[in-house]
Ligand binder design. Structure first.
Ligand SMILES: C[S@@+](CC[C@H](N)C(=O)[O-])C[C@H]1O[C@@H](n2cnc3c(N)ncnc32)[C@H](O)[C@@H]1O
Length: 228
């Protein structure tokens, strides 16, 4: 996925690693309440969460960005570039950390959940987080730029009609020239109810998360596969 590969490239320029560490700790705490051996981190990105997971669990990760998987593999974790529908193994827990679900349009979201249900063992858990409306409007929307010796990054994110369109432009100095790469990434706003009605999993709990502001910018959702 080319647009996500550019995101992988600019990630170190954006930072926010401390906030993500806080998010990972929340996931690890929730996971510890369940009987879990095998975990799949869906949309594992650069593999930071997998590093923690593999200390406790049999953990694997997938992502559709080959650049992210390259970064993850350098950390010595088990990560492969694949779509969820290509996975054919059972897990006690599946995770989608840091608004992975917001990258999926409504149709993809439904088929994503079908795969989550297929891959989870009975009693297995699915934990994910989604951006709140506040998170989209007040945290992610807006513009920023980063200027270093060799790179100039511009990000413009507009939230309209429940879709966040993020335009990324990166200039990189190569000797006396600059190369230019650009892309657009779409993210979709979903209410907790939208997510709940996209799946047959049972929603056990919803927790508000304040990661980047003093008001909830994300919701953590904990689902379980069990008879209703
Ligand atoms: C905001 S990043 C989060 C990465 C990682 N989970 C973390 O916490 O650092 C979102 C990730 O989701 C991945 N992604 C987007 N759509 C995906 C899909 N359909 N299947 C798997 N990964 C996906 C992106 O490539 C990106 O790495």
């Amino acid at each position: 996925m080319k647009n996500l590969d550019l995101y992988a490239k600019i990630e170190p320029l954006i930072g926010f690693y401390e906030e993500y560490e806080k998010l990972y700790k929340l996931y690890l705490k929730e996971l510890s309440y369940f009987e879990v051996k095998r975990v799949l981190d869906v949309g594992c990105g650069n593999g930071s969460m997998l590093v923690y997971l593999q200390k406790v669990y049999e953990a694997k990760g997938i992502d559709i960005s080959s650049s992210m998987i390259e970064k993850a593999s350098k950390k010595g974790v088990d990560a492969t570039c694949r779509y969820l529908h290509e996975v054919d193994e059972k897990f006690d827990a599946l995770l989608a950390v840091s608004d992975v679900l917001n990258y999926l349009d409504t149709e993809t979201l439904r088929s994503f959940f079908k795969d989550v249900e297929r891959l989870l063992c009975d009693g297995g858990v699915f934990i994910c987080d989604i951006n709140t409306l506040f998170g989209f409007c007040e945290v992610t929307a807006g513009s920023m730029s980063v200027d270093t010796d060799k790179q100039f990054l511009s990000i413009e994110a507009d939230f309209d009609d429940d879709i966040l369109v993020t335009k990324i432009i990166l200039f990189e100095k190569k000797r006396q020239f600059y190369t230019k790469e650009q892309t657009e990434i779409l993210q979709y706003y979903y209410t907790v109810d939208d997510i709940k009605t996209s799946t047959n999993l049972v929603l056990l709990d919803v927790k508000e998360i304040t990661l980047f502001a003093d008001k909830a910018d994300k919701n953590l959702l904990i689902f379980q596969k069990r008879n209703r």
